[in-house]
Design a protein around this ligand. Structure first.
Ligand code: NAD
Length: 357
């Protein structure tokens, strides 16, 4: 396969971890006979410094003409001034919009050898393997909002709004993913209170019943989900939910495995390139030290192969290589619990060496 992949290293540790993601993709290309062409573009704070824009037009155009985009992270204290005309995060929001990415996909997997780093007990976390689908372009964050005078001063409002097709498309994506896993889909809402949730429930139930009869479908109220996610996380396979609930629940879920440096994510649309990135930020406290954990970005590269290039065997090869490296006892300092650790590039090379076996 020939594929064009855009790299957006961004700020802080972004360039360090994206370099390792690229190393893993190159190793896959060598092993399986593919040709990946890379184009590196600016986004975030470094793009503001160079061009005045957090997402230069050239970056947007390169991403649109690619098959997939691998991003590091954006932001840092240098660009934190609240009076600044533009902020690094604006680049992220804009690229998601330009690529029409409506689904944020986040796997949460507990690695057996790292389970003791979790804030939860081993018997709860062991074996957790969840795939979250968070709707990304609708709901409270994008509905009408404003402020108006009120006898006490002011009142402010946001509107939660979704239409049938927005719910259908992400439900289909999540149900399709469930078919390739343990065939269970949990839809999270607040249907006892919110009309929007009642529409979510009707539409998603219909889609799964009519189009995915082999998928077991359940609904859970978001307050109950917040509890179940830490009391019995193993009982979930694929979870689909709207934007605000997903924002909160995916962060709660991210705590389960006990390390930010291990979790990848993907943002996907109906067609066109997907955007793949680690869930962590630019970690300015450790940037430039060569100690960042690159595994989240390497696992994001695996997601890229799976979702944008339909290379499932290759994606699994990366995931297995990461498993093997961890099982062999190699750790970056964030997951080493004080014992011997390897550098960012050493960790990347260990994964490549496993891939080459
Ligand atoms: P962060 O995720 O960057 O860091 C939180 C803590 O986790 C830090 O102590 C950091 O050293 C550690 N950490 C994060 N990733 C790590 C890795 N791969 N290996 C080892 N340790 C790691 O979050 P923050 O400190 O709240 O934010 C820093 C900057 O990143 C801010 O400017 C924020 O706006 C930005 N940010 C960007 C994104 C993104 O680009 N998607 C996401 C979150 C935060």
């Amino acid at each position: 396969m020939d594929a064009k992949i855009v790299l957006l290293p961004g700020d802080g540790i972004g360039p360090e971890v994206v370099a390792e993601g690229q190393k893993a993709l190159n190793a896959v290309a060598r092993k399986f006979g593919h040709r990946f062409t890379f184009e590196t573009c600016l986004i975030g704070g470094c793009a503001i410094d160079a061009t005045g824009s957090a997402l230069p037009d050239a970056t947007a155009a390169a991403c649109k003409s690619s098959q997939a985009v691998l991003l590091g992270a954006v932001g840092g204290p240098k660009w934190d001034d609240p009076r600044a005309k533009t902020r690094p995060e604006a680049g992220l929001l804009k690229i998601r919009k330009e690529l029409q990415l409506f689904a944020n996909v986040r796997p949460v997997r507990a690695y057996d050898v790292l389970v003791d780093a979790s804030p939860l007990k081993r018997e709860i976390v062991e074996g957790v393997d969840i795939l979250f689908f968070r709707e990304l372009t609708g709901g409270l964050y994008f509905g009408e909002s404003g402020r108006r005078p009120h006898p006490s001063g002011e009142e402010a409002f946001n509107t939660m709004i979704y239409n049938t097709s927005e719910i259908e498309r992400i439900t289909r994506m999540a149900a399709r993913a469930a078919q390739g896993r343990r065939k269970k889909l949990t839809q999270v809402d607040k249907a006892n209170v919110l009309e929007v949730s009642r529409l979510w429930r009707e539409v998603s139930q219909r889609i799964v019943r009519d189009e995915f009869p082999d998928v077991q479908y359940e609904v859970l109220l978001v307050d109950a989900m917040a509890m179940h996610l830490i009391s019995k996380p193993r009982s979930f396979d694929v979870i689909v939910t709207e934007n605000l609930f997903g924002d909160i629940l995916t962060d709660e879920g991210a705590m389960l495995p006990g390390s930010m440096g291990m979790l990848p994510s993907a943002s996907l649309g109906s067609s066109g390139p997907g955007l793949y990135e680690p869930i962590h930020g630019s970690a300015p406290d450790i940037a430039g030290k060569g100690i960042a954990n690159p595994l989240a970005t390497i696992l994001a590269a695996a997601m890229l192969l799976r979702h944008s290039l339909a290379l499932e065997t290759e994606a699994r090869a990366i995931e297995m290589a990461v498993d093997n490296v961890l099982n062999a006892g190699h750790r970056t300092s964030d997951i080493a619990a004080g014992s011997k650790s390897v550098s960012t590039s050493e960790m990347g090379s260990l994964v490549v060496a496993q891939l080459e076996k």
